[in-house]
Design a protein around this ligand. Structure first.
Ligand SMILES: [Zn+2]
Ligand SMILES: [Zn+2]
Length: 275
């Protein structure tokens, strides 16, 4: 009857391997897991069991670098009870201060298969709905989706997973010459870029403020292309660099300006007025 109920079941167990658990208690839990597995007849192939040991979550790290969240037994990895038990016996408690187990529970699927979600750190996931992300193919997607951000002097591995709904500091990189522009926003990146896009469409480089910097770059550096009224997405790609607390936005922007030596920003300050 019991077997009937659990037909075709995937069961992922999360063992608390943090300091709050003593080794004798951890061993008790291991024995309990073995007893639980006994009633499930894993050899029949209907029920797959996996085991994850969790002791700590690094908030700013990608899943593949969470060394304190370990897939001890992949889902359905062992087909016999004896091998499953032996694998349970081999598990050693990690003993790390726990932060929150909720992070594990919400990502159990990736853990169950012994691999982490492919959303690496610094990777910007496209919503595909806003203009920045391509808007169902109406616009060309502008978001640079790699976690390695190339500047003139070095490659930088981005630490945060940001998308168009985040705010913060962003870079626009010229698709032709790779020169860069750094900007910040307290609104969503997608909202900020709607504004960039509308300024771009005006095609007016005389505008005095910051918003025309991207246009001026094309007018000065790529005048032939500029003359064809290209779509902004054809000219720049966008990288979401960092989302600091609001109060640190200016400092964060300054930091990225320094790192990137963003010539498109600098240009607007040193170039004479373009007619
Ligand atoms: Zn989007
Ligand atoms: Zn350029």
């Amino acid at each position: 009857m019991f077997e009937e109920c659990l037909a075709e079941t995937d069961l992922m167990l999360v063992l608390d391997g943090s300091k709050s658990v003593t080794k004798p208690n951890f061993d008790l839990v291991k024995e309990w897991v073995k007893r639980l597995a006994e009633g499930m007849h894993i050899g029949h192939g209907h029920i797959q069991i996996g085991v994850v040991q969790y002791s700590y979550f690094h908030p700013n790290r990608p899943w593949r670098r969470q060394r304190f969240i370990k897939t001890e037994i992949g889902l359905g990895q062992y087909k016999t009870k004896a091998r499953f038990d032996a694998a349970i016996d081999r598990i050693r408690i990690v003993y790390k201060n726990a932060l929150t187990i909720g992070n594990v529970l919400t990502n159990y699927k990736g853990l169950a298969h012994g691999r982490m979600k492919q959303v690496a750190d610094g990777q910007s996931g496209p919503c595909k709905k806003c203009a920045l992300c391509g808007n169902h193919g109406v616009h060309k997607a502008m978001v640079y989706e790699q976690c390695i951000f190339a500047t003139r002097s070095k490659d930088i591995r981005l630490k945060q997973v940001l998308d168009c709904k985040n705010y913060g500091v962003y870079a626009a990189t010229c698709r032709i010459c790779k020169e860069q522009y750094i900007g910040q926003t307290k609104n969503r990146f997608s909202t900020r870029w709607n504004h960039h896009r509308s300024v771009w469409k005006e095609h007016d480089i005389k505008e005095g403020n910051d918003n025309a910097a991207l246009l001026r770059h094309y007018a000065v550096k790529h005048p032939e292309l500029f003359a064809t009224y290209p779509d902004i997405a054809e000219c720049f790609c966008v990288t979401f660099l960092q989302q600091p607390p609001f109060k640190d936005l200016d400092a964060c922007e300054a930091k990225w300006l320094k790192i990137t030596q963003a010539t498109i920003n600098i240009q607007k300050m040193v170039l004479p007025r373009v007619r």
